[in-house]
Design a protein around this ligand. Structure first.
Ligand code: C5P
Length: 222
Protein backbone atom coordinates (compact mmCIF):
# COMPACT_ATOMS: atom_id res chain seq x y z
CA UNK A 1 0.00 0.00 0.00
CA UNK A 2 1.40 3.40 -1.00
CA UNK A 3 0.58 6.27 1.37
CA UNK A 4 1.47 9.83 0.44
CA UNK A 5 2.41 10.44 4.07
CA UNK A 6 5.61 12.31 3.14
CA UNK A 7 3.97 14.67 0.62
CA UNK A 8 5.87 17.95 0.44
CA UNK A 9 8.67 16.78 2.77
CA UNK A 10 12.32 17.38 1.88
CA UNK A 11 14.43 14.34 2.73
CA UNK A 12 18.23 13.94 2.65
CA UNK A 13 19.81 10.48 2.98
CA UNK A 14 23.46 9.42 3.08
CA UNK A 15 24.33 5.98 1.74
CA UNK A 16 27.23 3.71 0.91
CA UNK A 17 30.83 3.79 2.12
CA UNK A 18 33.21 6.73 2.12
CA UNK A 19 36.64 6.42 0.58
CA UNK A 20 39.57 8.14 2.30
CA UNK A 21 42.58 8.70 0.05
CA UNK A 22 46.06 7.71 1.27
CA UNK A 23 47.89 8.69 -1.92
CA UNK A 24 46.90 9.12 -5.61
CA UNK A 25 46.12 5.40 -6.04
CA UNK A 26 45.17 4.04 -2.59
CA UNK A 27 42.36 4.53 -0.08
CA UNK A 28 40.76 3.32 3.16
CA UNK A 29 37.14 2.19 2.89
CA UNK A 30 34.66 -0.53 3.92
CA UNK A 31 32.27 -3.06 2.35
CA UNK A 32 29.03 -1.04 2.57
CA UNK A 33 26.86 -1.80 -0.50
CA UNK A 34 24.54 1.21 -0.11
CA UNK A 35 21.46 -1.05 -0.50
CA UNK A 36 19.72 0.07 2.71
CA UNK A 37 20.11 3.80 1.97
CA UNK A 38 18.99 3.39 -1.65
CA UNK A 39 15.93 1.39 -0.49
CA UNK A 40 15.07 4.16 2.00
CA UNK A 41 15.39 6.80 -0.76
CA UNK A 42 13.02 4.82 -3.01
CA UNK A 43 10.54 4.34 -0.13
CA UNK A 44 10.51 8.09 0.67
CA UNK A 45 9.96 9.10 -2.99
CA UNK A 46 7.04 6.66 -3.30
CA UNK A 47 5.42 8.41 -0.35
CA UNK A 48 5.64 11.84 -1.96
CA UNK A 49 8.89 13.25 -0.53
CA UNK A 50 11.51 15.08 -2.56
CA UNK A 51 14.67 13.09 -1.89
CA UNK A 52 18.38 13.86 -2.22
CA UNK A 53 20.69 10.89 -1.85
CA UNK A 54 24.26 11.82 -0.91
CA UNK A 55 26.09 8.70 -1.95
CA UNK A 56 29.57 7.32 -1.57
CA UNK A 57 30.94 5.08 -4.34
CA UNK A 58 28.50 2.18 -4.96
CA UNK A 59 27.40 0.20 -8.03
CA UNK A 60 23.64 0.75 -7.52
CA UNK A 61 21.49 2.75 -9.95
CA UNK A 62 19.67 5.83 -8.70
CA UNK A 63 16.02 5.09 -7.80
CA UNK A 64 13.57 6.91 -10.16
CA UNK A 65 12.72 10.41 -8.96
CA UNK A 66 15.70 10.64 -6.57
CA UNK A 67 18.34 13.37 -6.92
CA UNK A 68 21.79 11.88 -6.32
CA UNK A 69 24.93 13.76 -5.27
CA UNK A 70 28.06 11.62 -5.59
CA UNK A 71 30.83 12.09 -3.05
CA UNK A 72 33.99 10.22 -2.14
CA UNK A 73 35.26 11.18 1.32
CA UNK A 74 33.52 11.86 4.66
CA UNK A 75 34.49 15.55 4.51
CA UNK A 76 32.93 15.83 1.03
CA UNK A 77 29.84 13.97 2.27
CA UNK A 78 29.39 16.44 5.14
CA UNK A 79 29.80 19.45 2.81
CA UNK A 80 27.20 18.01 0.40
CA UNK A 81 24.73 17.26 3.21
CA UNK A 82 25.15 20.77 4.68
CA UNK A 83 24.46 22.26 1.22
CA UNK A 84 21.06 20.49 1.34
CA UNK A 85 19.99 22.05 4.65
CA UNK A 86 17.43 22.94 5.83
CA UNK A 87 15.29 19.86 5.24
CA UNK A 88 12.52 18.02 7.11
CA UNK A 89 14.15 14.62 7.54
CA UNK A 90 17.80 13.51 7.50
CA UNK A 91 18.68 9.81 7.49
CA UNK A 92 22.37 8.99 8.01
CA UNK A 93 22.67 5.52 6.52
CA UNK A 94 26.21 5.78 5.14
CA UNK A 95 29.08 3.73 6.56
CA UNK A 96 31.28 6.78 7.09
CA UNK A 97 34.96 6.04 7.71
CA UNK A 98 35.82 7.05 11.27
CA UNK A 99 39.34 8.15 10.28
CA UNK A 100 41.17 9.63 7.30
CA UNK A 101 44.91 10.08 6.58
CA UNK A 102 46.39 13.02 8.51
CA UNK A 103 48.00 14.06 5.20
CA UNK A 104 47.26 12.66 1.72
CA UNK A 105 50.58 11.90 0.03
CA UNK A 106 50.99 13.81 -3.25
CA UNK A 107 52.93 10.90 -4.76
CA UNK A 108 52.43 7.15 -4.56
CA UNK A 109 53.76 5.86 -1.22
CA UNK A 110 56.90 3.78 -1.73
CA UNK A 111 57.96 0.60 0.05
CA UNK A 112 61.09 1.08 2.10
CA UNK A 113 64.14 -1.05 1.27
CA UNK A 114 64.01 -3.00 4.53
CA UNK A 115 61.41 -5.56 5.62
CA UNK A 116 59.88 -3.24 8.25
CA UNK A 117 56.26 -2.16 8.45
CA UNK A 118 54.60 1.15 7.75
CA UNK A 119 52.74 3.34 10.24
CA UNK A 120 49.95 5.54 8.89
CA UNK A 121 48.85 8.57 10.87
CA UNK A 122 45.06 8.94 10.89
CA UNK A 123 42.80 11.70 12.19
CA UNK A 124 39.11 11.56 13.12
CA UNK A 125 36.49 12.35 10.50
CA UNK A 126 33.57 14.63 11.37
CA UNK A 127 30.44 12.83 12.58
CA UNK A 128 27.90 13.78 9.91
CA UNK A 129 24.70 12.70 11.67
CA UNK A 130 25.76 14.36 14.97
CA UNK A 131 26.74 17.57 13.13
CA UNK A 132 23.31 17.77 11.48
CA UNK A 133 21.50 16.94 14.75
CA UNK A 134 23.38 19.82 16.48
CA UNK A 135 22.13 22.49 14.03
CA UNK A 136 19.71 25.17 15.21
CA UNK A 137 17.50 24.30 12.19
CA UNK A 138 17.89 20.55 12.75
CA UNK A 139 15.69 18.22 10.73
CA UNK A 140 14.16 15.07 12.26
CA UNK A 141 17.42 13.08 12.39
CA UNK A 142 17.73 9.31 12.04
CA UNK A 143 20.93 7.31 12.51
CA UNK A 144 21.93 3.68 12.12
CA UNK A 145 23.92 1.54 14.55
CA UNK A 146 25.55 -1.71 13.51
CA UNK A 147 26.43 -3.63 16.66
CA UNK A 148 27.78 -7.08 17.41
CA UNK A 149 26.81 -7.17 21.12
CA UNK A 150 24.55 -5.41 23.68
CA UNK A 151 22.54 -3.99 20.78
CA UNK A 152 20.05 -1.91 22.75
CA UNK A 153 22.58 -0.54 25.27
CA UNK A 154 25.06 0.55 22.61
CA UNK A 155 22.41 1.91 20.24
CA UNK A 156 20.67 3.67 23.14
CA UNK A 157 23.84 5.50 24.13
CA UNK A 158 24.44 6.47 20.46
CA UNK A 159 20.89 7.89 20.35
CA UNK A 160 21.75 10.14 23.33
CA UNK A 161 25.33 11.06 22.39
CA UNK A 162 24.48 12.03 18.79
CA UNK A 163 21.16 13.65 19.86
CA UNK A 164 19.19 11.60 17.30
CA UNK A 165 15.39 11.42 17.08
CA UNK A 166 15.48 7.75 16.08
CA UNK A 167 18.14 5.08 15.72
CA UNK A 168 17.89 1.93 13.62
CA UNK A 169 20.00 -0.76 15.28
CA UNK A 170 21.19 -3.90 13.47
CA UNK A 171 22.82 -6.94 14.96
CA UNK A 172 25.54 -7.50 12.36
CA UNK A 173 26.70 -10.73 14.02
CA UNK A 174 23.55 -12.52 12.76
CA UNK A 175 23.97 -14.73 9.68
CA UNK A 176 22.61 -13.31 6.41
CA UNK A 177 21.69 -9.81 7.58
CA UNK A 178 23.35 -6.41 7.31
CA UNK A 179 26.40 -5.52 5.21
CA UNK A 180 26.17 -6.48 1.55
CA UNK A 181 23.20 -8.87 1.88
CA UNK A 182 19.66 -8.31 0.58
CA UNK A 183 17.99 -8.94 3.97
CA UNK A 184 18.13 -7.04 7.20
CA UNK A 185 16.48 -7.04 10.63
CA UNK A 186 16.44 -4.02 12.94
CA UNK A 187 15.35 -2.62 16.27
CA UNK A 188 14.09 0.99 16.29
CA UNK A 189 14.92 3.03 19.41
CA UNK A 190 13.62 6.50 20.30
CA UNK A 191 13.04 8.64 23.37
CA UNK A 192 9.72 9.52 24.88
CA UNK A 193 8.98 11.28 28.17
CA UNK A 194 8.72 7.92 29.92
CA UNK A 195 12.15 6.82 28.67
CA UNK A 196 13.61 4.90 25.71
CA UNK A 197 11.08 2.99 23.60
CA UNK A 198 11.91 0.24 21.14
CA UNK A 199 10.26 -1.68 18.35
CA UNK A 200 11.67 -4.80 16.68
CA UNK A 201 11.36 -5.32 12.92
CA UNK A 202 11.91 -8.95 11.84
CA UNK A 203 14.32 -10.13 9.16
CA UNK A 204 13.01 -9.22 5.71
CA UNK A 205 14.30 -7.88 2.35
CA UNK A 206 15.92 -4.42 2.70
CA UNK A 207 13.22 -2.93 0.42
CA UNK A 208 10.45 -4.12 2.79
CA UNK A 209 12.42 -3.11 5.87
CA UNK A 210 12.92 0.38 4.38
CA UNK A 211 9.13 0.76 4.10
CA UNK A 212 8.62 -0.41 7.69
CA UNK A 213 11.24 2.10 8.92
CA UNK A 214 9.64 4.92 6.88
CA UNK A 215 6.17 3.97 8.26
CA UNK A 216 7.53 4.59 11.72
CA UNK A 217 9.34 7.84 10.76
CA UNK A 218 6.24 9.23 9.03
CA UNK A 219 4.19 8.59 12.21
CA UNK A 220 6.76 10.37 14.35
CA UNK A 221 7.17 13.31 11.91
CA UNK A 222 3.46 14.16 12.18
O1 C5P B 1 29.19 5.75 15.77
P1 C5P B 1 28.76 4.87 14.64
O2 C5P B 1 29.66 4.96 13.43
O3 C5P B 1 28.42 3.47 15.01
O4 C5P B 1 27.35 5.53 14.23
C1 C5P B 1 26.65 5.10 13.09
C2 C5P B 1 25.73 6.20 12.65
O5 C5P B 1 26.42 7.46 12.60
C3 C5P B 1 25.22 5.99 11.25
O6 C5P B 1 23.96 6.63 11.15
C4 C5P B 1 26.27 6.68 10.40
O7 C5P B 1 25.76 7.07 9.14
C5 C5P B 1 26.57 7.89 11.26
N1 C5P B 1 27.94 8.41 11.14
C6 C5P B 1 28.13 9.67 10.56
N2 C5P B 1 29.40 10.18 10.47
C7 C5P B 1 30.46 9.50 10.97
C8 C5P B 1 30.28 8.22 11.57
C9 C5P B 1 29.00 7.71 11.63
O8 C5P B 1 27.17 10.29 10.10
N3 C5P B 1 31.67 10.02 10.87
Amino acid sequence: PVHRDLDGKRVVITAGPTREALDPVRYLSNHSSGKMGYALAAACVERGASVTLVSGPVTLSTPPGVERIEVTSAVEMLTAVESCMPCDLFIGCAAVADYRAAAVSEHKLKKTGDAGGLTLELVRNPDIVATIAARADRPFTVGFAAETQSLETHAGSKLERKRLDLIVANDVSLEGVGFGGDDNAATLLWREREGTRHHALPRQPKTALANAIVDHIADRLR
